[in-house]
Write a new protein. Structure first.
Length: 340
């Protein structure tokens, strides 16, 4: 799910109150992956309806979007389009990891190792066309706008923030910074606690805000150098130079200026060709985006939401109605001027 440079970045705690009346462009695939991974039964089995269809994503979208709307945050979800051909290798590796995790999940269940089963199951989630379409259908009847990006959702979301149509990108993925998102908010759609790896303990989770310009100044690099640094580490579009992590890559780029000079200096297994560097830079610096879009939040079709979720997906009405009440804030939101 992108490059992990979090250890180099300075973050700020933020709250829903801080984001009141703000438009947040949410990387839909990123958060739906979260829902599919986390919203599961104790043995790792995802939530399903009577037909065996997964419903974890619908539960996550309903609950977490309701929480944001109740706080008068204006979410708009951005869905991924066609991936760049250079991403195919990464997608294939992810597919292989998921297949391996599925095997280990089943083995853990057979052995009665529930904790390991849950851990392995969380690594198996994948977004099918059916899951994406169901998510869009739910957002439609909830009155929440979404945009279909031509390629990467994070690029579209970042473009909207740079244009001034949104305040921040909501995603766990630091790649949003590589495509120039001025502000990234992480943990916006997460639950308020997270299990510590390998332990039966939890830690509090808070939304955190990362400002691109502030961090570039703190690291003493430019946006172009951040991208070059990421290419050295390895992105979704290239494997990276062996032995170079975030800190080493940062120091190297600061010393020699750009990736061409870095490769000339150290070479290294996995180093991209100059043609590959040019193409990867283009993905981050000049991504494909939709420039003609409209954002509108409208009152939910309450009866239709209840009908679809209860009759088609076996949700219980008494659990849905309190969440739907949170969407009453949409009317109040639309009477207020958006703040940037």
């Amino acid at each position: 799910m992108g490059i992990n440079i979090g250890g180099l970045l300075k973050t700020e705690k933020t709250t829903f109150d801080d984001l009141k009346d703000r438009v947040i462009a949410i990387d839909a695939y990123n958060v739906i992956h979260q829902f599919l991974a986390i919203i599961r039964q104790r043995d790792g089995t995802p939530l399903k309806d009577s037909q065996g269809r997964i419903t974890s994503h619908l539960s996550g979208l309903l609950h977490r979007t309701g929480n944001m709307v109740e706080a008068r945050i204006r979410p708009v979800y951005i869905f991924d389009g066609i991936p760049h051909p250079l991403k195919n290798m990464t997608l294939q590796k992810r597919k292989e990891r998921k297949i391996k995790a599925e095997t280990e999940w089943k083995e853990a269940i057979e052995k009665g190792d529930i904790d390991r089963a849950k851990s392995m199951a969380q690594q198996t989630s994948r977004i099918t066309d059916e899951i994406a379409n169901q998510s869009k259908e739910l957002l439609d009847i909830l009155g929440i706008p979404y945009i279909q990006a031509p390629s990467e959702g994070e690029s579209q979301a970042s473009y909207m923030v740079k244009k001034g149509d949104a305040y921040a990108v909501g995603s766990q993925d630091f790649d949003c910074l590589l495509v120039g998102a001025p502000i990234l908010i992480r943990n916006l759609t997460s639950s308020n606690r997270r299990k510590l790896p390998g332990k039966k303990a939890y830690t509090k989770v808070y939304p955190e805000l990362i400002r691109l310009e502030y961090n570039l100044k703190s690291l003493n690099i430019s946006q172009k150098q951040l991208v070059d640094m990421a290419i050295l580490i390895g992105t979704d579009f290239n494997q990276g130079v062996k032995g170079l992590g975030p800190k080493k890559s940062l120091n190297l780029i600061k010393k020699v200026g750009n990736i061409e000079n870095a490769i000339a200096k150290i070479g290294g297994e996995g180093a991209p060709t100059f043609d590959e560097i040019k193409e990867i830079r283009k993905i981050f610096h000049d991504p494909k985006v939709v420039k003609d879009y409209k954002l509108k939040w409208i009152k939910p079709e309450y009866d239709k939401v209840l009908e679809i979720l209860t009759e088609e997906y076996n949700f219980t009405q008494n659990r849905i109605e309190p969440i739907l009440n949170k969407f009453e804030n949409i009317d109040n939101m639309m009477k207020q001027k958006t703040l940037f």
